[in-house]
Design a protein. Structure first.
Length: 201
Protein backbone atom coordinates (compact mmCIF):
# COMPACT_ATOMS: atom_id res chain seq x y z
CA UNK A 1 0.00 0.00 0.00
CA UNK A 2 1.22 3.45 -0.89
CA UNK A 3 1.29 6.57 1.25
CA UNK A 4 1.91 9.89 -0.47
CA UNK A 5 3.98 12.29 1.64
CA UNK A 6 3.81 15.95 0.67
CA UNK A 7 5.56 19.05 1.89
CA UNK A 8 3.19 21.88 2.81
CA UNK A 9 4.71 25.33 2.27
CA UNK A 10 5.55 26.09 -1.33
CA UNK A 11 3.62 23.00 -2.47
CA UNK A 12 0.10 23.47 -1.11
CA UNK A 13 0.20 26.90 0.54
CA UNK A 14 2.42 29.97 0.16
CA UNK A 15 5.53 30.23 2.30
CA UNK A 16 4.34 31.57 5.67
CA UNK A 17 7.59 33.34 6.50
CA UNK A 18 7.70 35.10 3.13
CA UNK A 19 4.14 36.33 3.66
CA UNK A 20 5.05 37.53 7.15
CA UNK A 21 8.20 39.18 5.84
CA UNK A 22 6.15 41.18 3.36
CA UNK A 23 3.48 42.09 5.93
CA UNK A 24 5.99 43.10 8.60
CA UNK A 25 8.42 44.86 6.27
CA UNK A 26 11.35 42.74 7.51
CA UNK A 27 13.08 41.44 4.38
CA UNK A 28 15.44 39.14 6.30
CA UNK A 29 12.49 36.89 7.17
CA UNK A 30 12.10 35.91 3.50
CA UNK A 31 14.81 33.30 4.05
CA UNK A 32 13.38 29.75 3.95
CA UNK A 33 14.55 26.14 3.65
CA UNK A 34 14.95 26.81 -0.05
CA UNK A 35 17.89 29.01 0.99
CA UNK A 36 19.12 27.43 4.25
CA UNK A 37 19.31 23.62 4.50
CA UNK A 38 19.89 23.67 8.29
CA UNK A 39 16.38 24.10 9.71
CA UNK A 40 17.48 24.43 13.34
CA UNK A 41 19.88 27.23 12.40
CA UNK A 42 17.18 28.93 10.30
CA UNK A 43 14.56 28.86 13.07
CA UNK A 44 16.91 30.17 15.77
CA UNK A 45 17.85 33.02 13.43
CA UNK A 46 14.16 33.78 12.80
CA UNK A 47 13.33 33.82 16.51
CA UNK A 48 16.19 36.26 17.10
CA UNK A 49 14.75 38.63 14.50
CA UNK A 50 11.25 38.37 16.00
CA UNK A 51 12.60 39.18 19.46
CA UNK A 52 14.60 42.10 18.10
CA UNK A 53 11.44 43.59 16.57
CA UNK A 54 9.12 42.74 19.48
CA UNK A 55 6.94 40.44 17.36
CA UNK A 56 5.20 37.33 18.64
CA UNK A 57 2.77 34.58 17.77
CA UNK A 58 -0.29 36.83 17.43
CA UNK A 59 1.32 38.99 14.76
CA UNK A 60 2.25 35.93 12.71
CA UNK A 61 -1.17 34.31 13.17
CA UNK A 62 -2.85 37.53 12.02
CA UNK A 63 -0.92 37.28 8.75
CA UNK A 64 -1.60 33.53 8.41
CA UNK A 65 -5.34 34.21 8.68
CA UNK A 66 -5.08 36.12 5.39
CA UNK A 67 -3.26 33.33 3.52
CA UNK A 68 -5.15 31.02 1.18
CA UNK A 69 -3.91 27.74 -0.32
CA UNK A 70 -2.17 28.02 -3.68
CA UNK A 71 -4.67 28.16 -6.57
CA UNK A 72 -5.67 24.60 -7.41
CA UNK A 73 -4.07 23.08 -4.29
CA UNK A 74 -7.29 22.00 -2.57
CA UNK A 75 -8.67 20.46 -5.76
CA UNK A 76 -5.37 18.64 -6.29
CA UNK A 77 -5.35 17.37 -2.72
CA UNK A 78 -9.01 16.29 -2.85
CA UNK A 79 -8.38 14.34 -6.06
CA UNK A 80 -5.26 12.72 -4.64
CA UNK A 81 -6.90 11.79 -1.34
CA UNK A 82 -9.67 10.02 -3.28
CA UNK A 83 -7.02 7.67 -4.70
CA UNK A 84 -4.38 7.31 -1.98
CA UNK A 85 -3.56 7.90 1.65
CA UNK A 86 -1.87 11.30 1.98
CA UNK A 87 0.20 12.70 4.85
CA UNK A 88 1.52 16.24 4.86
CA UNK A 89 4.99 16.27 6.40
CA UNK A 90 6.03 19.78 7.32
CA UNK A 91 8.64 21.49 9.45
CA UNK A 92 6.08 24.16 10.29
CA UNK A 93 4.25 24.36 13.62
CA UNK A 94 0.76 23.47 14.79
CA UNK A 95 0.11 27.09 15.82
CA UNK A 96 0.82 28.21 12.25
CA UNK A 97 -0.68 25.38 10.26
CA UNK A 98 -4.18 24.75 11.63
CA UNK A 99 -5.95 27.69 9.93
CA UNK A 100 -4.43 26.52 6.64
CA UNK A 101 -5.45 22.91 7.27
CA UNK A 102 -9.05 24.09 7.66
CA UNK A 103 -8.89 25.69 4.22
CA UNK A 104 -7.49 22.44 2.78
CA UNK A 105 -10.23 20.26 4.30
CA UNK A 106 -8.24 19.04 7.31
CA UNK A 107 -5.78 16.59 5.71
CA UNK A 108 -3.48 14.60 8.00
CA UNK A 109 -0.55 16.76 9.07
CA UNK A 110 2.62 15.80 10.93
CA UNK A 111 4.51 18.91 12.08
CA UNK A 112 6.12 20.53 15.13
CA UNK A 113 5.20 22.78 18.07
CA UNK A 114 6.22 26.28 19.12
CA UNK A 115 7.07 27.19 22.69
CA UNK A 116 5.20 30.39 23.50
CA UNK A 117 5.37 32.57 26.62
CA UNK A 118 2.26 33.98 28.29
CA UNK A 119 2.87 37.34 26.61
CA UNK A 120 2.91 35.71 23.16
CA UNK A 121 6.67 35.76 22.63
CA UNK A 122 7.88 32.69 20.74
CA UNK A 123 10.67 31.48 23.01
CA UNK A 124 11.58 28.24 21.26
CA UNK A 125 10.35 25.30 19.27
CA UNK A 126 9.99 21.57 19.78
CA UNK A 127 10.72 19.37 16.79
CA UNK A 128 8.57 16.23 16.67
CA UNK A 129 11.59 14.06 15.86
CA UNK A 130 15.04 14.60 14.38
CA UNK A 131 15.10 14.76 10.55
CA UNK A 132 11.34 14.42 10.78
CA UNK A 133 10.46 13.99 7.10
CA UNK A 134 13.06 11.32 6.37
CA UNK A 135 12.48 9.60 9.72
CA UNK A 136 8.71 9.49 9.16
CA UNK A 137 9.07 8.05 5.66
CA UNK A 138 11.41 5.33 6.97
CA UNK A 139 8.98 4.57 9.82
CA UNK A 140 6.09 4.21 7.35
CA UNK A 141 8.21 1.84 5.28
CA UNK A 142 9.01 -0.20 8.38
CA UNK A 143 5.25 -0.69 8.80
CA UNK A 144 4.88 -2.12 5.32
CA UNK A 145 3.98 1.00 3.35
CA UNK A 146 5.59 2.18 0.15
CA UNK A 147 6.05 5.93 0.07
CA UNK A 148 5.83 8.47 -2.72
CA UNK A 149 7.18 11.87 -1.68
CA UNK A 150 7.27 15.38 -3.08
CA UNK A 151 8.47 18.79 -1.99
CA UNK A 152 10.25 21.94 -3.07
CA UNK A 153 13.11 22.53 -0.62
CA UNK A 154 16.41 21.16 0.65
CA UNK A 155 14.73 19.64 3.69
CA UNK A 156 12.47 17.55 1.41
CA UNK A 157 15.27 15.82 -0.49
CA UNK A 158 15.95 13.09 2.07
CA UNK A 159 12.33 11.89 2.13
CA UNK A 160 12.12 12.11 -1.67
CA UNK A 161 15.33 10.09 -2.08
CA UNK A 162 14.18 7.47 0.44
CA UNK A 163 10.85 6.88 -1.31
CA UNK A 164 9.84 4.49 -4.08
CA UNK A 165 9.05 7.53 -6.23
CA UNK A 166 9.79 11.17 -5.62
CA UNK A 167 9.13 14.52 -7.24
CA UNK A 168 10.01 18.19 -7.01
CA UNK A 169 7.16 20.69 -7.23
CA UNK A 170 7.75 24.39 -7.90
CA UNK A 171 11.28 24.09 -6.62
CA UNK A 172 14.18 26.47 -7.19
CA UNK A 173 16.43 26.34 -10.23
CA UNK A 174 19.44 25.51 -8.05
CA UNK A 175 17.71 22.53 -6.41
CA UNK A 176 16.45 21.25 -9.77
CA UNK A 177 19.88 21.63 -11.35
CA UNK A 178 21.61 19.80 -8.50
CA UNK A 179 19.01 16.97 -8.64
CA UNK A 180 18.48 16.49 -12.37
CA UNK A 181 17.24 12.91 -11.96
CA UNK A 182 14.18 14.02 -9.96
CA UNK A 183 11.10 14.77 -12.09
CA UNK A 184 10.12 18.41 -11.52
CA UNK A 185 6.69 19.92 -12.07
CA UNK A 186 5.18 23.39 -11.99
CA UNK A 187 1.44 22.74 -12.46
CA UNK A 188 -0.92 20.70 -10.30
CA UNK A 189 -2.48 18.80 -13.23
CA UNK A 190 0.82 17.33 -14.45
CA UNK A 191 1.95 16.79 -10.84
CA UNK A 192 -1.20 14.78 -10.08
CA UNK A 193 -0.73 12.67 -13.23
CA UNK A 194 2.86 11.92 -12.24
CA UNK A 195 1.79 10.75 -8.78
CA UNK A 196 -1.00 8.67 -10.32
CA UNK A 197 1.60 7.04 -12.58
CA UNK A 198 3.75 6.24 -9.56
CA UNK A 199 0.75 4.77 -7.73
CA UNK A 200 0.09 2.47 -10.69
CA UNK A 201 3.76 1.57 -11.03
Amino acid sequence: MDVVCLDMEGVLVPEIWIAFSEASGIPELRRTTRDEPDYDKLMRWRLGILKEHGLGLKEIQDVISTIDPLPGAKEFLDALRAEAQVIILSDTFTQFAMPLMKKLGYPTLFCNTLEVADDGEITGFKMRIENSKHTTVKALQSMGFDTIAAGDSYNDLAMIRASRAGFLFRSTDSIKQSNPDLPAFEEFDEFLEAIRGALRG
